[in-house]
Design a protein around this ligand. Structure first.
Ligand code: IVH
Length: 669
């Protein structure tokens, strides 16, 4: 191994890192990356004098001392003025237009999602990350390089041959919704404190003393501007700076748009972003509108701590206080009783909330919650509203008590051993459990009878038409056609979907049965291992635990399920109704359809014939579409790609070139 080979290995790993964390288009498997990373660690141990500052091994360093060093921002880190309505937004830009003596409609506006995290300034000297600082009071921040360096989408070295002497990149550090959920779930199982929202979690993580913990929390960074910059290169637009930062190796903000200022354009853009909001992987709390022209920005300047050329149009508040009026208990598919808060209706984040989940009795105890208390409600994106704390105790507060009998079927309620959960013991005799099981059976990840929605199932259960899962296959046209808002045409479609669902896969059927702890993955493992229902039915617990990822709890649940006469009868009825599968299909689908559920778009000129690429993608299970939308999984862009590529960039959709496509598909033949 020579020093050149070592340096090449560092570049190679950084390239893979960029592809994975910035472009969301991995070039190698995790195992391949890990092997190369370990090789790098060994070389660096043998040759400490070779160590390069941008080596990926340098991301997680030593634990910081408790006081963070102060950092002076030579160019202040500004904040933004807020607008809470269309009117305030238009007023802001009308004022700017007047000051510039220009008509409002001539102002080109750049719209960016307002990421809900914390502002960080990254200082690059000669292309290398020198330090990272928080905003602080705008003038003096704190040095948090130790945790910021763990963020894989932040380049330790800029991707440019002749780097500027100094470049400060400013942007938002945030935690994705998925990581936030994960760490909070973990906190719950470990009985440690959970975070209120992704912003607090990101802020807490950045100020962590131990960079190892920060690395596990997988923060992300997206730039929104620059601070000090020593280069002479003249930018004329903010959008050019953003494109330049992408070239340097940063992740770009999703769903940005340019338009000329007008009331209609601002309203349309707000509606667009409101619709997109719930589909984004991170929390956003509004939209930032910036005048794109840098000369105009300079002319307008600042007032107090915020620029006169940019404003944040905030989404309505997502935190509110209200009164807990009562607590009901909802019975789920497996009989678990979930406490649901009935609240005095309150407007949170654009909707009126009158119910919120309380999860379980432990959560109620943790919150110290009583009926009559004044509580704080959070609503984040598309998630169910949550009670996060008691603000003031009610004067006549009533304790929340788990009922001793099921509120639906009146069977007794038992607490599951060592779990916070309480279950109704009614099983298949409980109407609530039955309705939930039918909904689950028909749901997208199970038998996928999409036309048979949850509301319709509830009505059919209430009418006594559906009394168990197998009744789905006994439905007649009139059972549905006579219902309000249905009609014959709809009923025919629903029955056709039910009929189509009969041809399925063993694993899908198994998942749809709703055996506790047997989800999609678990069902696949069981189906692959046993191959037939007969073999699975006959398996004892000792055999069941041999299946990958099946532990004692799941094994016992499977055994209990098949030992139960009523459940066995149900399975028999489903098979008798015509549900069937091809026993050799399991392996086949596993190997050949890795792109199932994906939608691809091809654009630009490609060297392989399009129909060949299309056939390949379809063979792998993907659908190929002619237009880019939020539902697109990936865009394969060739030379001279035009508007579809631009649209994919705007929507933040994964884009790959032909070489990456070949790489991705070469071992799937
Ligand atoms: S621009 C001079 N753009 O919002 C303009 N800020 O409430 C500086 N933020 O301190 C900010 N997304 O931390 C800008 N696309 C975006 C943003 C953004 C989030 C944060 C930023 C700022 C705060 C102001």
């Amino acid at each position: 191994m020579s020093v050149i080979e070592y340096q090449n290995l560092v570049s190679q790993l950084n390239l893979w890192n960029h592809a994975y964390h910035v472009l969301d288009a991995p070039l190698v498997s995790d195992a391949e990356y890990d092997a190369a990373f370990r090789k790098l660690q060994t070389i660096e141990l043998e040759h400490p004098d070779w160590l390069m500052p941008d080596s990926p091994t340098q991301r997680v360093g030593a634990i910081a001392s408790s006081a963070f060093q102060k950092i002076m921002h030579n160019i202040k880190m500004l904040s933004l003025a807020n607008a809470f309505s269309l009117e305030e937004t238009v007023d802001f830009f009308s004022k700017a237009a007047r000051e510039l003596a220009l008509p409002l409609e001539t102002l080109s506006v750049y719209s960016e999602p307002k990421l809900d995290g914390l502002a960080i300034s990254l200082r690059y000297e000669k292309g290398f990350l020198a330090y990272a600082a928080t905003r602080g009071d705008g003038q003096i921040g704190e040095n948090v390089t130790h945790t910021i360096k763990t963020i894989q989408s932040i380049p330790l070295k800029l991707n440019i041959d002749a780097p500027p002497e100094i470049l400060e990149v400013r942007g938002e550090v945030f935690m994705s919704k998925a990581v936030f959920e994960q760490i909070n779930q973990l906190a719950q199982t470990q009985n440690s404190r959970s975070f209120v929202n992704p912003r607090n979690a990101a802020a807490g993580t950045v100020r962590q003393l131990n960079p190892k913990i920060a690395a596990e929390r997988a923060l992300q960074f997206i730039p929104y501007g620059i601070g000090e910059y020593s280069d002479e290169r003249g930018f004329s637009r903010h959008s050019e700076i953003m494109a330049y930062l992408t070239e340097l190796g940063f992740k770009s903000n999703t769903s940005c748009e340019s338009f000329f200022a007008s009331e209609t354009a601002f309203e349309q853009d707000y509606q667009r972003m409101e619709t997109l909001r719930d589909t984004l992987p991170m929390e956003i709390d509004g939209i930032v509108y910036k005048i794109d022209d840098l000369v105009l920005q300079q002319k307008l300047g600042f007032i107090a701590r915020s620029p006169k050329w940019a404003i944040a149009r905030k989404f309505p508040a997502q935190v509110m206080t209200t009164t807990l009026l009562d607590v009901d208990f909802q019975v789920g598919r497996t009989g678990v009783l979930t406490p649901v808060a009935r609240l005095e209706p309150v407007f949170v984040g654009g909707v009126t909330v009158s119910n919120a989940t309380l999860h379980n009795m432990d959560e109620i105890e943790r919150l110290g919650l009583y009926i009559g208390d004044r509580v704080e409600i959070h609503r984040a994106g598309d998630v169910i509203p949550k009670v996060v704390k008691v603000v003031t105790q009610g004067q006549l507060r009533q304790p929340i008590i788990m009922p001793t009998h099921c509120p639906v079927c009146e069977s007794s309620v038992k607490s599951a051993n060592n779990q916070a959960a309480y279950r109704c013991t009614g099983g298949l005799a409980c109407a609530a459990q039955t309705a939930e099981r039918i909904k689950y059976y028909a749901s997208r990840n199970c038998m996928n009878i999409r036309q048979l929605g949850a509301k319709l199932i509830e009505i059919l259960c209430e009418q006594g038409v559906l009394t168990n899962v197998a009744d789905i296959y006994r439905l007649q046209i009139d059972d549905i056609a006579n219902l309000d808002g249905q009609g014959e045409k709809n009923a025919t479609k629903i029955l056709a979907a039910i009929e189509a669902s009969k041809h399925t896969q063993f694993s899908t059927f198994l998942a749809a049965l709703g055996i506790p702890e047997v989800g999609e993955e678990g069902a696949k493992n069981l189906a692959r291992y046993f191959k037939t229902l007969e073999k699975l039915r006959a398996a004892d617990v000792e055999t069941l635990v041999q299946v990958p990822d099946v532990g004692m709890v799941t094994a016992n649940n499977v055994r209990t399920f098949f030992d139960d006469a009523a459940q066995n009868e149900l399975v028999g009825n489903l098979l008798a109704a015509g549900v069937h599968w091809d026993e050799s299909a399991e392996e086949l689908s596993k190997n050949l359809k890795p792109f199932a559920g994906q939608t691809w778009v091809l654009t630009g000129s490609l060297s392989l014939p399009r129909n060949e690429i299309k056939a390949k993608l379809e063979q792998l299970g993907a659908k190929v579409s002619g237009s880019v939308s939020a539902k697109t999984t990936c865009v394969l862009a060739g030379e001279a790609a035009g508007s579809k590529l631009a649209q994919a960039q705007t929507l933040g959709i994964k884009i790959i070139d032909e070489a990456q496509f070949l790489e991705l598909t070469h071992d799937t033949n």
